[in-house]
Design a protein around this ligand. Structure first.
Ligand code: TYD
Length: 219
């Protein structure tokens, strides 16, 4: 069965993922590619409720493991209810954050055990992996500056710069260990320049050994 591509956008808060994802969706649709845009946390009715909890500054007492489980619960629902069916229909899925956020934020930022998080991610996704991860890389201070201009910070945006430095390191370490999967783009360039780099990163997609989705779509 022909399956659509699964493309994930990652980066620290303020990196511009949402803007770039929307621009890519428009470009792909112009080429006649059916696209589904979605995000984590969120993307389903359960996910939207989990998102509200996770981002609520009043929920400052959520423990580190509880936080990881909540993101995983959101992901488990999202994969089954939204991502897999869209791929099955042959749509290209653009997803704002996925398992790499858990490794960067709960691993790098909060210091939770990597193996535990990897297992949790596997449980949540059933092993589904994207074809491409676009990492929009930005210094922590720049990300915080961009977010600060927008509105009052959510629970995670209210963290200190040290936290975001660790998150960024967590991302770059993942990109370094999986160079075929990750495309790292400097997010400090203008919106147009970043968009061109995003488009260029897709050119390599055909040659990137695409993760077989046969095991998810028997027959
Ligand atoms: P995001 O949608 O980027 O927030 P916004 O719409 O405000 O830009 O992501 C929500 C927050 O959740 C973000 O701070 C990163 C965090 N997060 C994790 O800590 N772990 C995860 O697994 C995911 C998916 C997100």
């Amino acid at each position: 069965m022909a399956a659509g591509k699964f493309i994930v956008f990652e980066g620290i808060d303020g990196a511009g993922k949402t803007t770039q994802m929307k621009l890519l969706a428009v470009a792909l649709e112009k080429r006649g590619t059916p696209v589904l845009c979605t995000r984590e946390p969120g993307g389903t009715a359960l996910g939207d409720r989990l998102r509200a909890l996770l981002l609520d500054p009043a929920c400052r007492d959520i423990t580190r493991p509880a936080e990881a489980f909540l993101y995983a619960a959101d992901r488990a629902q999202h994969v089954t209810e939204k991502i897999l069916p869209a791929l099955q229909r042959g749509e290209t899925v653009l997803c704002d954050r996925f398992i790499y956020s858990t490794l960067a934020y709960q691993g790098g930022g909060r210091g939770l055990d990597r193996e535990f998080l990897t297992k949790l991610n596997e449980l949540a996704t059933g092993g589904l992996a994207p074809d491409l991860v676009i990492l929009l890389d930005l210094p922590a201070e720049e990300g915080m500056r961009r977010v600060a201009g927008n509105r009052s910070p959510d629970r995670l945006e209210g963290e200190k710069s040290d936290f975001f430095r660790q998150v960024r390191r967590g991302y770059l370490a993942q990109a370094e260990s999986q160079p075929k999967l990750f495309k790292v783009i400097q997010a400090g360039a203008g919106v147009e320049a970043v968009h061109r780099s995003v488009l260029a990163s897709l050119e390599s997609l055909a040659s990137v050994a695409s993760v077989s989705k046969d095991k998810f779509f028997p027959g």
